[in-house]
Ligand binder design. Structure first.
Ligand code: NAD
Length: 432
């Protein structure tokens, strides 16, 4: 099939590459000319394990193309996936749909034969209805079908998640589109993915409801960890004990920093905004947002306690700054608020992240990048394990840290508190 992905970011690039690997002809389009120029040279704009090889393989065999010419790419394609960003609006908690609607307007001027227009971007319920209105102004109803097909991949595991998804959700009542899309996804269905055909509005809501539920699970266990810290109970025992109940499940049930990334913070806000629009009250999700917003200040307070409120000139080393492991994505990472707050209190920060130096910290005084774990930890007064990269799971702190009075705050509970105690390391973790 001939596919066009509009927006070559985490979702558009990964799904475009995977679709081409399944034998389809795919054009990945982006308005960012530099991104397209680099991709044509084999330079991948994001860090995603396994993506480089897959791009190279499919670019070489010419099933995968990159273009900045939207009109031409639409004309050549049968199925168009809208994969542009849907960030939070400025001064509001609603999703900013301007990128989606701009793209929809552009596509509607290039329809030469029947095409399926798919929102893969996360869009609030009724966005598909609005896109249909945009198309109806320009094109005969017989020439297009607007479908919702939300994406559930996780950064860091995106290729695996795309090829082995738990479910594929197709929101359309149009039988022809459903048949074509079931055929497109048949290689994944035959590997065990569940295929769900539902209404467009339901598909749009399934995505938000899923993200809001996962954010709730994380926030639930984060709050419980606060209680555990007061009663000499280890939150890890609670996670295991709860997670073994199949009705609950162990995933997204590990205490840690505030949830971040490009999805949960914006999607929880957007679903609340949608419910407000329809005059209902998603009070649980509202509490989750509030609790998560407080999380970073709570962990900062813990840092102050660990350092006996003596922050001035303390050398604090952050291991990992991305919002989770195996991605370079810094969007809404909790250290974006924690690091500047610590600097304000007089701390000297250095950080190491396997995905390299982050521009966002360049302008902040007293924040420096270290080239590796060894140089990052050597002079630290406090080491904060912020992101759960494998690189941080077997560090020999005794050998690596030259400062005798150093402390460790493990925000991911990677290490065993018992073993740390045996080594006489001043070790602090979450929820114990
Ligand atoms: P991204 O910011 O990485 O990529 C979006 C791309 O769209 C950018 O490269 C941008 O230049 C391009 N773009 C914007 N306007 C364009 C236009 N008019 N023409 C061509 N290209 C244009 O975003 P992302 O992380 O891939 O997310 C995209 C959507 O998918 C969002 O709605 C997001 O919520 C959703 N989503 C993201 C993830 C994730 O893990 N990142 C997972 C599931 C769903």
């Amino acid at each position: 099939m001939k596919l066009c992905m509009i927006g070559t970011g985490y979702v558009g690039l990964v799904s475009g590459v995977c679709f081409s690997d399944l034998g389809n002809d795919v054009i990945c389009v982006d308005k960012d000319l530099n991104k397209i120029k680099n991709l044509k040279k084999g330079i991948i704009p994001i860090y995603e394990p396994g993506l480089d090889e897959l791009v190279l393989k499919n670019f070489k065999n010419k099933r995968l193309k990159f273009s900045s010419n939207l009109k031409d790419s639409i004309l050549k394609s049968d199925i168009i996936f809208i994969c542009v960003g849907t960030p939070t609006k400025k001064n509001s908690s609603a999703a900013d749909l301007s990128q989606v609607y701009n793209v929809a307007k552009e596509i509607s001027t290039s329809i030469n034969k029947f095409k399926i227009i798919i929102t893969k971007s996360t869009v609030p319920v009724t966005t598909g209805d609005e896109i249909e209105k945009i198309f109806s102004k320009k094109v005969s109803k017989k020439l297009f079908s607007v479908v919702s097909n939300p994406e559930f991949l996780r950064e860091g595991e995106a290729i695996r998640d795309f090829i082995y998804p738990d479910r594929i959700v197709i929101g359309t009542k149009d039988k022809r589109s459903n048949k074509i899309l079931k055929n497109l996804y048949s290689p994944l269905i035959s590997k065990g993915a569940k295929y769900i055909n539902t209404s467009r509005r339901a598909a749009e809501l399934i995505k938000y409801a899923s993200n809001a539920f996962l954010a709730t699970k994380i926030t639930f266990i984060n709050e419980l960890s606060n209680l555990c810290e007061k009663i000499d109970v280890n939150i890890e025992d609670i996670s295991i004990g709860m997670g073994l109940d199949k009705r609950i499940g162990s995933r997204f049930l590990r205490a840690g920093p505030a949830y971040g990334g490009s999805c949960f913070p914006k999607d929880t806000k957007a679903i609340v905004s949608t419910s407000d629009k329809f005059k209902t009250n998603l009070s649980v999700i509202k509490s989750v947002i509030k609790s998560n917003n407080n999380r970073s200040s709570l962990l900062l307070k813990r840092v102050f306690d660990i350092l006996n409120n003596n922050i001035q000139n303390k050398r604090i080393c952050f291991l990992g700054v991305t919002f989770k492991a195996n991605t370079d994505d810094m969007r809404d990472s909790s250290c974006l608020s924690m690091i500047p707050s610590l600097v304000k209190k007089g701390a000297k920060i250095n950080y190491f992240d396997p995905t390299g130096k982050k521009n966002v910290f360049n302008k902040i005084k007293n924040v420096t990048f270290s080239n590796d774990v060894k140089s990052a930890i050597t002079k630290a007064d406090l080491i904060i394990i912020h992101t759960e990269w494998n690189d941080f799971k077997s560090i020999n702190f005794k050998k690596g840290v030259k400062n005798k009075n150093y402390k460790i705050f493990d925000m991911r509970n990677i290490y065993s508190a018992k073993k740390m105690k045996e080594q006489k390391i001043k070790y602090f973790a979450i929820g114990c």
